[in-house]
Design a protein around this ligand. Structure first.
Ligand code: SF4
Ligand code: SF4
Length: 308
């Protein structure tokens, strides 16, 4: 079977994206046709590892990523002219004056690495260097699936680059030729990390829920995905919650005709499974939510390999 890459995204956080990814991964482990790997590209808040945790005695592999630029200061070159402060070199307010030592101070978290201070200082007292922006972690989960995830360092401004590094990381893994399904848990929103996540994928699952914010963010996500011309299907989580907004929500799908590939009912076994840090399908494979996810899994396989 040809290797396929499927991403699970949602414009809005908290709609069940990671929970769905964990259950899909669990289903692949019990499917003799599929060898999968999962990448958590939600690098600002990776939490798939909480559900698909490392197997006991499994050695995690870690790789530092240096993709954020920050300014550093070389005291020996500074003439203490104070122009960097008086002439307001830094648009990001990352520079302040240390009156005790008569030198500028750089606020690491505020510095965007723009390079203006380096350009403007006549003493050449500033340098711009890459610093650690996060790390990539690789392990085999307790259900037997390899997991890769990225974790952004506090103050890093380059989540999109870390996402790209995560996706590239798996290309060097031993045994990649046996993998025929790459499942990617994407970040919420429509910004740079999402764009880095979805580029080059074969198919996208967009998870939403029948709420005003769910529909609002779904529309923005679809607009983004259509720009990239990636085929997609929609999963509606808690599709049967009783709310007056259901009328408008259903009207949207009737009018647009977008492909709904699954509807997951409101089911208390999902939060219960989360409290045990398990995929719902492992926790209770007969629950209504699990049955719906099994249908979604079958649909995805059909779409990816049979084109329907
Ligand atoms: S860092 Fe540069 S601009 Fe700032 S006080 Fe020193 S020499 Fe002057
Ligand atoms: S690199 Fe840019 S953001 Fe950072 S301290 Fe210098 S001027 Fe400010």
């Amino acid at each position: 079977m040809k290797n396929k890459k499927v991403g699970v995204i949602s414009g809005k956080g908290g709609v069940g994206k990671t929970s769905l990814v964990a259950s899909l991964a669990y289903l692949t482990e019990n499917d003799r046709d599929i060898n999968s790997i999962v990448i958590d590209c939600d690098v600002d808040a990776p939490n798939l590892a909480l559900i698909l945790s490392p197997s006991p005695n499994n050695n995690l592999k870690r790789k530092d990523v240096y993709s954020t630029l920050k300014a550093s200061f070389q005291k020996e070159k500074c003439t203490q002219c104070k122009r960097c402060i008086d002439d307001h070199f830094c648009e990001f307010n990352a520079l302040s004056w240390d009156f005790d030592n008569n030198i500028p101070l750089i606020d690491y978290l505020s510095c965007e690495g723009c390079g203006a201070c380096k350009l403007l200082c006549q003493g050449y007292a500033f340098e711009i260097n890459p610093v650690k922006s996060g790390e990539i972690i690789y392990y085999i989960s307790d259900i037997g699936i390899p997991i890769v995830y990225g974790k952004t360092r506090l103050g890093s401004t380059t989540s999109g680059k870390l996402v790209t590094e995560c996706k590239s990381y798996i290309e060097k893994l031993d045994g990649l030729e046996k993998i025929n399904l790459i499942i990617i848990d994407g970040p919420p929103g429509i910004g740079c990390p999402v764009i880095a996540t979805i580029s080059g994928l074969d198919y996208l699952i967009i998870v939403t829920e029948p709420t005003p914010s769910g529909l609002h963010d779904l529309k923005r996500t679809i607009e983004l995905v259509q720009n990239f011309k990636i085929p997609f299907g929609i999963v509606i989580n808690k599709f049967n919650i009783d709310t007056p907004f259901q009328v408008e929500f259903k009207k949207y799908f009737n009018e647009t005709g977008f492909d709904i590939i699954g509807k997951i009912p409101f089911d208390l076994t999902i939060p219960e499974a989360m409290s045990y840090a398990k995929p719902v399908i492992e926790f209770n494979h007969e629950s209504e939510a699990s049955k719906a996810i099994k249908n979604i899994y079958t649909q995805i396989k059909n779409i990816l390999w049979n084109g329907k």
